[in-house]
Design a binder for this molecule. Structure first.
Ligand code: SAM
Length: 286
């Protein structure tokens, strides 16, 4: 069941449900929220996101309980610190100067030598001040993104407190998506937004070394059947490619136009297409 819809979304809700994510993230679905949110319904008991990144759909939906997972361990550790000590984290973040010399000093620190809170602070500071919110490491695993020129204001303390409150009921999993999917149970809503991998060529290369790739596609597909077999629903976002089209033919799917600017330069923005694939039609009650 396949259809293509235009750029304008008639279901944009004027009410603000959740909170903006506190991270900038390559591949974030912030601009597609109004198209994704209707798949969540009041019948779902729990939200599960195994490729969480900035988790913008989670923060937008504000579900009553959740499981968030990502293979990026520092990202998950940051979520733990936001959950447990948001005020102190915000205070410490605001005290750090936002200039190139300070940025490089923090970037050059070896994160493994820092205590967990300072390590999370470093991750957050670099994310908010680096070029385009990109997470990219060298072969040794060292973060190597330069400082951005237009980095924008930080979120407010109140916004971080709201994120923290939502994280109180979230189970946080650092690891491969299969570890998060092992926790899926009846009534869950599982949103899967893996990095795009096309014919062994990754469109997004920014998330680190233990990345989802084309070789993971067969077990990814199997896991969709396993989710449905457990009595849960799934929603997948995936770039338009041969693999996605094959997947889309088997489930309910919609092909959407999206503006992509991974390289970070306004001139490089292009309209690409992305599939939204689910075992169900989107809810009309959300
Ligand atoms: C496209 S991003 C998700 C973006 C997210 N939906 C958002 O709105 O910010 C993909 C995420 O998958 C994570 N990732 C890559 N390979 C993974 C794997 N094998 N298992 C779990 N997470 C993985 C990356 O660290 C990255 O955060």
């Amino acid at each position: 069941m396949t259809m293509t819809i235009g750029l304008v979304c008639p279901n944009e809700s004027p009410e603000k449900r959740g909170v903006k994510p506190f991270l900038r993230w390559a591949g974030s679905k912030r601009k597609q929220l109004s198209r994704l949110a209707p798949y969540w319904s009041g019948e779902h008991k729990r939200y599960v996101e195994p490729f969480a990144g900035s988790a913008c759909l989670f923060f937008d939906l504000a579900p009553p309980s959740a499981v968030l997972g990502d293979s990026n361990e520092e990202l998950i550790q940051l979520y733990r610190v936001v959950r447990d000590s948001p005020e102190r984290l915000h205070r410490r973040l605001c005290r750090i100067k936002r200039d190139v010399a300070t940025y490089l000093r923090w970037r050059n620190q070896n994160p493994t030598t820092l205590d967990p809170e300072t390590r999370a602070l470093r991750f957050l500071y670099l994310n908010r001040n680096c070029f385009n919110g990109i997470y990219r490491t060298n072969l040794q695993g060292g973060f190597n993104v330069p400082m951005g020129k237009r980095v924008g204001e930080y979120f407010s303390k109140e916004d971080l407190l709201r994120c923290s409150r939502l994280l109180q009921t979230a189970e946080l999993v650092a690891g491969d998506f299969s570890a998060t999917l092992d926790l899926v149970k009846v009534g869950d809503f599982v949103y899967l937004d893996p990095p795009y991998a096309v014919l062994s060529r990754r469109i997004f290369k920014e998330y680190g070394s233990k990345l989802f790739g084309t070789e993971d596609m067969p077990r990814f597909e199997e896991s969709l059947h396993a989710i449905v077999g457990r009595g849960a629903d799934f929603l997948v976002s995936y770039a338009d490619c041969k693999e996605a089209r094959a997947l889309a033919r088997k489930w309910c799917s919609v092909r959407l136009p999206v503006k992509r600017h991974v390289a970070g330069f306004a001139g490089d923005r292009k309209t690409a297409y992305e599939w939204v694939i689910s075992n169900r039609q989107r809810s009309t009650t959300a």
